[in-house]
Design a binder for this molecule. Structure first.
Ligand SMILES: NC(=O)c1ccc[n+]([C@@H]2O[C@H](COP(=O)([O-])OP(=O)(O)OC[C@H]3O[C@@H](n4cnc5c(N)ncnc54)[C@H](OP(=O)(O)O)[C@@H]3O)[C@@H](O)[C@H]2O)c1
Length: 362
């Protein structure tokens, strides 16, 4: 019996599968044990599939800062809120266990899907991306350097920031999934880079990645350190953090600086988010302040992935991952810890251990 068939039979032998649903909207930070609940669902099988659908088992969940915003019931945003009782939204890497689209989506294939926090999901094959793992790559890159965060870094720095050789680029949240790729692409484009992160270990890693300078924002001397490190003033600020760091960066902008507003993680859990008090610097320094959402670049993902894959294959892009074990039950506390800086590089939860994810062993 083939491994794929054996795997399928093992899964089908279970009588239920788990998912995580939103139980209560948090007012500020997520409250473990209250915000989400685990739900047991009747088992799915090939019999539940319509033509063109696949049944997928989840292996790795992507944990993303934006998830906190999706839990708010009120905000106007780029996606609707997750409804109470609904499976928590999210992307995962999974494996097809049954298929009614076998030509394009065979059993055993590794895929990514937006099926949320669940052990099993049925999805139309057209919404399920078969993984293409490049040289030097591994399956989990599909959520990191070659996934949404890598693409965000790529379009943020090349298109929104228009970074060119000689620019002085400052990156906040620099040791995370997006920030660490931003730092490296800015260096590849010939910029000088200052990286900001929340621990000395992260600062050391950012220097290994090629940052010309890196500082720890949790040190009491941060404001003075930042001022000293930006004595030549900033051409491009790539902001993942918002709040106080955005305010400081505005005070150190060159005339006509470009501010790439990618995220504002420091404010996501605040019941009363605060903005920079010195917004008038935008006027006096004629700063171009631009927000963006990576989904707007969907038509260009293929070309960007090709470039990112090439840099990866050539050893010009490096990455780290923080993979939290413990299955779906670990997702809630891992998400809380994302806002405490638990991760270096991409944060994921392992739903099911995969013995070997390198493509050469697939
Ligand atoms: N615009 C888009 O399309 C788009 C797409 C993807 C992501 N984003 C945004 O990009 C940012 C980074 O996302 P990511 O997925 O790459 O996450 P990430 O950077 O891998 O993880 C988040 C990191 O943020 C830092 N952080 C947490 N709370 C903070 C605070 N109060 N102040 C300063 N730093 C804090 C932590 O590192 P430290 O140890 O350094 O604190 C943490 O590791 C987020 O703001 C996210 O919303 C935007």
């Amino acid at each position: 019996m083939g491994k794929a068939v054996q795997r399928q039979q093992n899964i089908m032998a279970q009588s239920t599968y788990k998912s995580v649903v939103l139980a209560q909207r948090p007012k500020a930070t997520i409250v473990p044990g209250e915000t989400f609940k685990i739900k047991e669902n009747p088992m799915l099988s090939e019999r539940d599939l319509k033509d063109g659908e696949v049944l997928i088992e989840a292996l790795y969940l992507s944990l993303d800062p934006a998830m906190r915003g999706w839990l708010n019931g009120y905000a106007r945003s780029y996606v609707p809120p997750v409804q109470i009782g609904a499976v928590m939204r999210g992307e995962f890497i999974g494996r097809i266990v049954a298929s009614k689209a076998p030509k394009t989506h065979p059993v055993g294939a590794f895929v990514t899907a937006m099926s949320g926090w669940t052990e099993l999901a049925i999805a139309p094959a057209k919404d399920v991306k078969i993984l293409d793992v490049p040289a030097n790559g591994k399956v989990t890159d599909a959520l990191g350097v070659l996934g949404m965060t890598g693409l965000t870094a790529y379009f943020g720095i090349t298109d929104v920031g228009q970074v060119k050789a000689g620019d002085f680029v400052v990156v906040s949240g620099a040791a995370g999934a997006t920030g660490s790729v931003v730092v490296q692409i800015a260096k590849l484009l010939g910029a000088r880079v200052l990286a900001i992160a929340g621990s000395d270990d992260k600062v050391a890693w950012l220097k290994e990645l090629g940052a010309d300078d890196a500082i720890n924002y949790k040190k009491p001397t941060f404001a003075a350190d930042f001022k000293a490190a930006t004595k030549d003033f900033i051409d491009v600020f790539f902001d993942n953090v918002g709040g106080d760091q955005l305010e400081l960066a505005l005070s150190r902008a060159k005339p006509h600086a470009r501010f790439v507003l990618c995220g504002a993680i420091s404010q996501y859990n605040n019941a009363k988010p605060k903005g920079p008090r010195n917004i008038s610097m935008v006027i006096s320094m004629r700063i171009k302040l631009q927000g963006f959402i990576v989904f707007d670049y969907a038509k260009q993902y293929g070309a960007a992935r090709k470039q990112l894959s090439q840099w990866l294959a050539e050893g010009k892009l490096k990455r780290k991952e923080t993979i939290v074990p413990g299955g779906l039950a670990a997702a809630e506390s891992a998400l809380v810890n994302l806002y405490n800086g638990i991760n270096t590089g991409k944060l994921m939860v392992e739903v099911k251990p995969v013995e070997e994810t390198f493509v050469s062993k697939l």
